[in-house]
Ligand binder design. Structure first.
Ligand code: XUL
Length: 611
């Protein structure tokens, strides 16, 4: 087994970014900055963070000391069903199109601010705003839109003033859209291969990525493309509304477009040309506009619309808004080697890392605040729903009929690792459970079961092994996939401990499940344990609010990790739910990790045959 330790350059870089004892020793983290400790919470500055997600617009107001003081949300289905959406979007099954009405988002902004006002939010104290948008979605602004943004009448709503003429297209293609297969094939081919595209832009081509979406818009609706004066992402759309002019792209969210050359720090001209078709490179360059390298600071003061309508101070700064995943890693002072596992409907795995090792199976983005760091992301389609399917096939528990997970959890914890009561005689069970077509790896929907020996040899396809054995096998298989794909990014956290994450933080619905936490510890390790991040489903909006604090209050050269690390109160935000690394069991999963990859390879080969 090879043990990676950070090279000298990486070590010095990390020391600079994290040069803060409070970050290294979270448990002593009860510091309140002296300049604020004398102020009562009645008069200090406040910061506002947004999350414009698929189904809701959430807003969260915090103090300089990171204390949450007000929260409100607009729920699209509950509050704005007049737009005819379901779960926040329209779906055109025939074309696999998924899109959201931009007017609905504008209406949601006034509604959420109205709700904050009704809760008594002292808008006059808000000194900075930042936030997040669902990634990849694009908004097509007209020339009139740019002008209108800067001259809004505070007596009228945003939607009344902007929805009719400010956009060249009334909808924003959504990240769930699957309509761009042809465009993706052309993107993957343009630089030579999917591997090359991933190397340059951080990801191979994906249906939802903005470049293929713009290309399809240009092809199918050239009149929309030509009437578009500016294109924003969802993050820079929301920032633009608050800024009163089109905001530049954020340096992290831009990596979700398949258009940005990460290493060169510039647009990839061949890819822009491809998307712009016969309208040419310059047409798209103009529509995209500039990119802001700094994730902090202020892009300008808040639009007078909000000053007059809601009483924001005219000195309130607008910091860059970023994507929802980059914003989630800002909900705590995440250190390199620490990982966030988001266990929602789908599974997302996030790490902040100084290493750039792109691969078509995953995503790299620039880190949203810290130059030289990257965000690594794995984004699965199958997660909670796949586990629920296995759960629902089990008999209901008579002892705790109200806890739908009790039978599943009991079986998961009582089943030995890899389903082997005796590792020397029993075969290890490995499965893949994808009720939805998966992207990691890229295979159609299906279930596959294999066995192998404890040392990973003798991989054999297996028959159905019964509902009970599927329980532990599905959780193990989801976590083995995370371990397989993150292994190049981790190094040994301390002498004698093999390469693995430091802390593993769980967020989302599945984070409440003790059996999953335990199996994560067994399979993935976590030298400093498995933790539940307890921020009430608001990690992303909270990350936006923390970003606003850092953006406005940072001292020269002060990193996000230093500033937030100093103010973050661990005991109020996280709870240890498993000890994490246990050498023996972790080693057993290591012995079959290569075989797990071999099994995926076999399934992928079968996929080729089925095409
Ligand atoms: C990430 C992705 C989703 C969206 C919406 O690539 O598509 O996570 O950001 O949450």
């Amino acid at each position: 087994m090879s043990f990676f330790s950070p090279d000298q350059e990486t070590f010095l870089f990390l020391q600079r970014v994290y040069n803060c004892p409070k970050v290294r020793s979270y448990s002593q983290n009860i510091y309140i900055p002296s300049e604020f400790s004398s102020m009562s919470s009645q008069d200090g500055p406040l910061y506002l963070g947004f999350d414009l997600s698929t189904q809701q617009l959430k807003a969260i107001v915090i103090t300089s000391e990171l204390k949450v003081v007000y929260e409100a949300k607009t729920d699209f289905d509950a509050d704005l069903s007049k737009y005819g959406i379901k779960k926040g979007v329209h779906v055109n099954e025939a074309e696999r199109e998924v899109y959201a009405p931009v007017a609905m988002w504008l209406e949601a902004v006034d509604l959420v601010l109205q709700r904050l006002k009704e809760k008594g939010t002292p808008f006059q104290r808000i000194q900075g705003i930042s936030g997040a948008g669902q990634q990849h979605g694009s908004v097509y602004w007209s020339k009139t839109g740019e002008v209108l943004l800067g001259s809004l009448d505070p007596k009228e709503t945003l939607v009344d003033q902007l929805s009719k003429t400010a956009f060249a297209h009334p909808f924003s293609p959504n990240w769930q859209d699957g309509s761009t297969q042809k465009e993706c094939d052309m993107f993957d081919a343009e630089l030579g291969s999917a591997e090359k595209l991933a190397e340059v832009t951080g990801s191979k081509a994906h249906h939802r990525f903005t470049g293929p979406q713009i290309m399809r818009m240009h092809k199918n609706h050239p009149e929309v493309y030509r009437a578009t004066s500016r294109i924003t992402l969802v993050s820079s759309f929301l920032a633009s509304v608050f800024l009163g002019k089109i905001a530049p792209f954020d340096i992290s969210d831009i990596c979700g477009m398949n258009l940005w050359d990460i290493k060169a720090g510039a647009w990839s001209e061949p890819l822009l040309k491809l998307a712009a078709g016969e309208d040419g490179l310059d047409s798209l360059k103009q529509k995209l506009g500039s990119v802001r390298e700094d994730g902090g600071g202020s892009m300008g003061f808040i639009s007078s619309y909000f000053v007059q309508r809601y009483n924001f101070p005219s000195s309130c700064g607008i910091a860059p808004f970023t994507g929802d995943n980059p914003s989630t890693i800002l909900a705590l002072p995440l250190r390199p080697l620490d990982a966030i596992v988001s266990l929602g409907t789908s599974t997302t795995f996030l790490m902040s890392t100084p290493k750039y090792v792109p691969d078509p199976a995953y995503h790299f983005f620039n880190h949203p605040t810290t130059a030289g760091l990257y965000m690594f992301m794995l984004c699965y389609k199958n997660g909670g729903l796949a586990r629920e399917k296995i759960r629902d096939a089990l008999p209901a528990s008579s002892s705790s009929p109200t806890d739908s997970w009790s039978t599943f959890n009991k079986i998961a914890l009582e089943t030995p690792p890899l389903g082997q009561a005796s590792p020397s005689t029993d075969s290890a069970k490995l499965g893949l459970y994808f009720p939805l077509p998966e992207i990691v790896p890229n295979v159609r929907a299906g279930t596959w079961r294999y066995t192998c020996s404890s040392n990973g040899t003798d991989l054999q396809e297996s028959q159905d092994w019964g509902r009970e054995a599927d329980v532990r096998a599905i959780v193990e298989s989801q976590i083995l996939s995370l371990r397989l794909r993150s292994q190049k990014l981790v190094h040994s956290p301390s002498a004698g401990i093999p390469p693995q994450p430091g802390r593993i933080y769980l967020v989302g619905g599945g984070s409440l499940n003790p059996a999953i936490a335990r199996i994560i510890g067994d399979v993935l390790g976590g030298a400093e344990g498995v933790w539940k991040l307890d921020v009430g489903g608001n990690a992303c909006a909270l990350g936006g609010a923390y970003k606003a604090v850092w953006a406005m209050e940072r001292k020269e050269g002060e990193s996000f990790e230093q500033l937030i690390g100093d103010r973050w109160r661990e005991s109020e935000a996280v709870e240890k739910v498993d000890i994490g690394y246990r050498g023996d069991v972790w080693g057993r999963y290591g012995d079959v990790l290569g075989t797990f990859e071999e099994m995926e390879g076999k399934v992928l080969k079968g996929e080729e045959r089925n095409k």
